[in-house]
Design a protein around this ligand. Structure first.
Ligand code: NAI
Ligand code: MHF
Length: 290
């Protein structure tokens, strides 16, 4: 099913993310985790894509597995920073062949030391246009409620976001955030410039101390004091941190649904137990029939 159809139902949706293995020897364990998460029957599942491009086959294979074995709608990430047009075209043929209908079109993180001024893709919007040319995919993009670290200004970031939507993005997934007010202000700003596509709120349950460093290096996300206190207190007590991280994410999600943000995506990091706990915590809220 196309995600655009799911969002058009205007009901609370919950989706989970998995990342593919970096090497073939961990393929089976990732596949096992992805299938466990799929057995929870989320509204859709996204499968990320290594910026180096080497894991693209795994992305398509895991997405296919989720669809054929569990009948869960997959959203395959596609990253263009280190790709050329030919590689993208081949990937699109493979995705079409596997009946994968949804793609998250990303530029991708620029690997450190990566220098290629002549690369064919500079921005995700170019990839969005190409995917639209090649076939009938539902295409989404990323957006940054706190601004992208490379943006010159908030207005500049929103201008580029509008260009990306005009190129054919049918929905936008947000970077993770830990203060919902940041998302609400961002929604006002983008609606003002005429970006009307569904926004999928990306929520990261922080379940171990290691993740904080990574999150800050990926995006420089604002961490509210309430969140920092949890990490200070429980960061080195794994089971307590996990419980607190899941509770924090659950509260954020309930507040989002309560304020009319219908689509919530959980960066579940190949952790079926985390995905399951969050789903259980929301069981009545996301119930399809009442
Ligand atoms: N938020 C999410 O769900 C995810 C985000 N990412 C990461 O997001 C980052 C960027 O990827 P995208 O958002 O897809 O890239 P993008 O190409 O949409 O934007 C990247 C930067 O380029 C700027 N830009 C865009 N068009 C421009 C233009 N015509 N002229 C000048 N500047 C322009 C944007 O304002 C932004 O600062 C990467 O670091 C990626 O790996 C990766 C996976 C998921
Ligand atoms: N710039 C950017 N790049 C991304 O790849 C990305 C985003 N933003 N935002 C959305 C999601 C979230 N991503 C994340 C978020 C956290 C970790 C992280 O915490 N990694 C740790 C711990 C992993 C674990 O718990 O298993 C690490 O040490 O790699 C990794 C990717 C990937 N996506």
């Amino acid at each position: 099913m196309k995600l655009s159809q799911i969002f058009a139902e205007k009901r609370p949706t919950l989706s989970f993310e998995v990342f593919p293995p970096k090497t073939s020897d961990t393929y089976d364990s990732v596949k096992f985790a992805a299938e466990k998460i799929a057995s929870l029957k989320p509204d859709f599942m996204s499968v990320t894509y290594g910026a180096g491009g080497g894991t693209s086959k795994y992305t398509a294979d895991i997405a296919e597995d989720i669809l054929t074995k569990h009948d869960v709608t997959p959203l395959a990430h596609l990253t263009c920073v280190s790709s050329d047009k030919k590689t993208v075209e081949n990937t699109l043929f493979s995705l079409k062949d596997k009946k994968i209908e949804n793609i998250l079109a990303l530029r991708g993180d620029i690997p450190s030391g990566f220098e290629n001024e002549n690369r064919e893709y500079k921005y995700a919007s170019q990839l969005v246009s190409d995917i639209k040319k090649y076939g009938d995919f539902c295409v989404g993009g990323a957006c940054y409620p706190e601004g992208h670290p490379e943006d010159l200004s908030v207005a500049d970031g929103i201008k580029h976001l509008k260009e990306k939507v005009d190129a054919g993005c049918e929905f936008l997934t947000t970077q993770m955030f830990f203060d919902n007010n940041i998302l609400y202000s961002f929604l006002y700003k983008i609606r003002e410039v005429g970006i009307t596509v569904p926004i999928v709120a990306g929520i990261m349950p922080v379940t171990n101390g290691k993740q904080i460093k990574r999150i800050c290096s990926l995006s420089g996300t604002y961490l509210p004091q309430r969140f920092k206190s949890i990490v200070d207190r429980f960061g080195d007590k794994p089971s307590a941190m996990k419980q607190a991280g899941i509770a924090y994410a659950t509260e954020q999600i309930i507040d989002l649904f309560a304020n009319g943000v219908n689509a919530v995506h959980v960066y579940s990091m190949n952790k079926p137990d985390v995905a399951e706990k969050i789903q259980q915590n929301l069981s009545e809220i996301i119930l399809k029939k009442d």
